[in-house]
Design a protein around this ligand. Sequence first.
Ligand code: ADE
Ligand code: ZN
Length: 344
Amino acid sequence: MDNLAASNFIADLPKLELHLHIEGTLEPELMFELAGRNGVPLPWPDVASLRAAYDFDCLQSFLDLYYRGASVLVTEQDFFDLTWAYLEHCATDKVRHVEIFFDPQTHTARGIPFATVLGGIERALQAGEETFGISWRLVMSFLRHLSEEEAFATLREAEPFLSRIHGIGLDSGEKGNPPGKFARVYAHCRELGLPVVAHAGEEGPAEYIWQAIRELEVCRIDHGVRAADDPELLRYLADTRLPLTVCPLSNTRLKVFDQMAHHNVLRLLEQGLCVTINSDDPAYFGGYMNANFQALADELGATASQLGRLSLNAVEASWLSLADKARLTRDIRSYAASHGVSLS
Ligand code: ADE
Ligand code: ZN
């Protein structure tokens, strides 16, 4: 497939995004606008110098900037504006369904009420569903660099809102914060009937992926690319089809892979794993969904069939109803067929 054919195929391919931090969609222009609106000081004089600071050498160097940026989010309208801007990108990129993370602790620690955060994000998601037809789920994520006790406190704070939250996640600095640290919190979440996922095997070892599976009983792994280091784990993931939500541009920006040409996502796909493509923190990593798909075509030589199968995997990995999954599967298959591509 040449470049033009790939970008044509990608442009209108129906997609689902399952690994997206809403705070990671804060574009520099909106960050400065909200900083002005709320009188929040920023350490960068302007948008250009902020963008120049997007030169990360690891996950932690990114997280330091990301948490600082999130400090401009104060009012319900701020969370609405943030989420709405993301959904406009989704509409452009033909994203039909999103399952997005929010990090309440990033905000409640600054005195922003849980209801303000949830209310603004949810109102935008509802408006996005009406305007663009994008369906959605909301995943509350615990910050793993904080304590188990703080995660329990957040869960208690979330209790009045649990009917509006569809699942639980675990993010932030992975090294030194193994999934097992949250085994008891996760057991409680599962007892509440919530599906659970966790970031694992981004910078941390394959052993953390096993821990997320065995001790947290996750139904998906976020990232998980380090599974490639453990043949037994690869066999397990291929046999069970436990999904990995992979984020190619994020992985190269955070030096998980030194360049896209070395990314392993297509190898994992061909080994039968249920891998999906996602943008993680697109405002910081150079692109939304289509840019991630395009990078695979440009730098890994992904075929239209592989790109289509990645989208089908996301349907399989999603929390949509069986009827909605069947409808999206049909749409992806008939889109591919209209381009002469049959998806097995
Ligand atoms: N929070 C936002 N983006 C993240 C990532 N890529 N890994 C862990 N925590 C995150
Ligand atoms: Zn992530």
